[in-house]
Every structure is written in structure tokens, then in C-alpha cells.
Design a protein. Structure first.
Length: 205
């Protein structure tokens, strides 16, 4: 889902409410993908712990309650999930969201059935630590040679590289192609409709 504008809006509102320096939209987009405490610490390194906790509290409030910004599916995302499921791919989620937040999105958009497993930043280590990928592989009885991580941030690519898992960077999300390619992905794709053909061709080799 394309949630970058929503995240930036909510983080800036949270900083304003906590009366700390409000980051720019571009600065917020730099930390998308990390767990919330890790993201705020990286975004606001000079802010004290108590104030960071205030920012986190206000961010959660705004993300749940705001009606000014919404997250929307990238064009072709649901079709890609349908096709991957039909072709027998095992799908899982590794996210910087909280468990509560991910479950809320699963329920709101009726997409939880696509995924056999998921790991969230508040129940394991945050990206780019590879622990959540190791846990997903163990839970699904997959070996790393059978897996590929798809992500739009350098934190996804770094996590995959540390886990020894092949990586697909997608440039229609947050970070630039140059930043993704620094972590040596198998490929960088510019559109979702390129994803399924690449995965199918790769699995048939």
C-alpha cells in the first residue's frame, strides 16, 4: 500500500503536538520501514526519551484517527497477490508496523487471507535486523534459497542481505533505485505488473 503521505502527515502532526521540531516530509520518508520507536529515534536524535515517547503516542493517535490522509493500494497490487496465490507462492509479511496496526489493515481491507505468516516490529527486532525473516522462514518451513524479499526501502534490502535471502527492490515506493541497488538486489522493478512475470520466470529456472 502507498502509505508514505499518510505516515509523513501523522508524524509531522505528532511532532507538532509534542512540541518538538517538526521534520520535513522528505525527512519522514527517510525512516519509513523501521519500527516506530526506532524510526522516531533516527528521525529525532536530539530529542529526549520522554519527548520521543510523546511523539510516538501522538503518532499512533493520528494514524488511527486521521481522515485527511489514507493509505491506498498501488495499482495492480491486489491482482498481483491473487495471481501469486493462484500460482502457489507462499506469501508472508515482514513489517515495521505494530501487530495491532497490521491486523487492523488486514481486517479493514480484507487481505489477511493472502498471507500465511507475518512478523511485526513490536514482536521481534525491527528492520534492518534479519530476525523477523529468520522467524518467518522457520515458521513456514522454508529455506532461504527458496525465499525472496520484496521491498521499497533500503531497510528491506539490508535486512534481506543480512539474512542471506534474495532481494527484489521496487522503485514505486519510498527509496530511490540507487539506494536499493546499493544492497545488490537481484533486480529493481519499476511497476507491480513486472513482479509476477519476474517471479514466475525465476522460479522456473
Amino acid at each position: 500500500m502507498d502509505s508514505a503521505d499518510r505516515i509523513a502527515f501523522c508524524m509531522r502532526k505528532a511532532a507538532e503536538d509534542a512540541q518538538v521540531e517538526v521534520p520535513s516530509v522528505d525527512e519522514v520518508k527517510e525512516i519509513i520501514g523501521l519500527g516506530l520507536p526506532e524510526a522516531i529515534k533516527k528521525l529525532m536524535p536530539l530529542v529526549g526519551e520522554d519527548d520521543r515517547e510523546e511523539v510516538e503516542k501522538y503518532y499512533r493517535y493520528h494514524f488511527i484517527n486521521n481522515r485527511e490522509r489514507t493509505s491506498v493500494f498501488f495499482d495492480g497490487a491486489l491482482q498481483a497477490l491473487d495471481e501469486l496465490l493462484e500460482r502457489g507462492f507462499i506469501l508472508a509479511v515482514a513489517t515495521g508496523k505494530s501487530r495491532r496496526g497490521l491486523n487492523r489493515e488486514f481486517e479493514k481491507h480484507s487481505v489477511g487471507h493472502y498471507f500465511v505468516e507475518s512478523r511485526c516490529a513490536d514482536e521481534t527486532r525491527s528492520k534492518p535486523d534479519p530476525l523477523m525473516l529468520h522467524e518467518i522462514l522457520q515458521s513456514t518451513n522454508c529455506v532461504r534459497e527458496q525465499a525472496v524479499i520484496i521491498g521499497d526501502t533500503e531497510y528491506d534490502m539490508d535486512m534481506g542481505r543480512q539474512a542471506g535471502i534474495d532481494r527484489i527492490g521496487v522503485t514505486y515506493g519510498v527509496h530511490s533505485k540507487d539506494r536499493l541497488e546499493a544492497f545488490e538486489p537481484e533486480v529493481c522493478l519499476d511497476a507491480i505488473n513486472e513482479l509476477v512475470p519476474w517471479l514466475v520466470n525465476s522460479s522456473e529456472r
